[in-house]
Design a protein around this ligand. Sequence first.
Ligand code: UDP
Length: 320
Amino acid sequence: MKVLITGGAGFIGSYLAEAYLERGDEVYAIDDLSTGSLDNIQPFAKNPLFHFVNDTILNRETMLELTGICDVIAHLAAAVGVKLIIDEPLKSIHTNIVGTEIVLELANKFRKKTFLASTSEVYGRNSQVPLRENDIRIYGSTHLARWSYAATKAMDEFLALAYYRTKQLPIIIARFFNTVGPRQTGRYGMVIPRFVAQALRNEPITVYGDGKQTRNFTYVGDVVRAVIGLIDEPRAAGEIFNIGGDGEISINDLAARVKSITGSSSPIQHIPYDEAYQEGFEDMERRVPDISKITNLIGYRNSYNLDSILAKVVEYERTK
Ligand code: UDP
């Protein structure tokens, strides 16, 4: 099978590329290297089944050619990370809206099955536990740039579902809950690589807000296995799935855990949200996924817990 991965040099995209290559599939990866990097694809860049295209998904001509060649599209290219969205709102909205429109329009033209990577951000401030795929979304004011991420990804989901309903295009949507693992950069705000790097340098571990907010972290290898399983499953078409880890932890406890396993002397420092992001910033208090839908359909289960994820990230950050 020939797979087109948009965002194929990104953190999750590069793991997905590697997994398909290991299976013997051919991979075409497109990435503009805005947040992705050549380092991510370096381990398999010379594999003859791997083809890398350094371009943006906004270039319709390139996408036309690639969509024609491939059998399946995994659309992961997007502006990601709350910090990046706040710092570059215009570019982020454009990539997430126009980019996905191009991907889906061309997928429909060639009738290619398309997987859309979405996010738990879509639930917004709904902190009900656990979150199910058809639960409501609660968003703050448009004055706060963070909500544009949730809104653009929700729009992408609407668009994909509209293609499924009106054109019978086989699309699959998955909402990722805080995917982590080696190679993830802390540059765009992601908490685990930031905490681990801070701890290893014995610098202050920066907890934003009161640190009582919780997250469920998911190992990138588990996410990739779930994505491939969904793409292989015909009954997944037209459906939305949560993909998320099972150990809920507060950011305060995460900071303490990272400090302890690294044997760091870092102080834990609380930084107000206004300072860390932007004035009036609103965070999600809890975000616990119900993954029974994907488990029931393809038998998916997480194989990494938080401790085994942290061990892998620490090992990677130590050798960097
Ligand atoms: N966070 C933190 N310190 C950091 C980076 C992030 O306390 O240096 C917090 C952030 O405010 C959020 C949680 O960690 O409550 C997870 O942040 P991340 O950006 O990794 O993912 P999000 O869940 O916001 O998409």
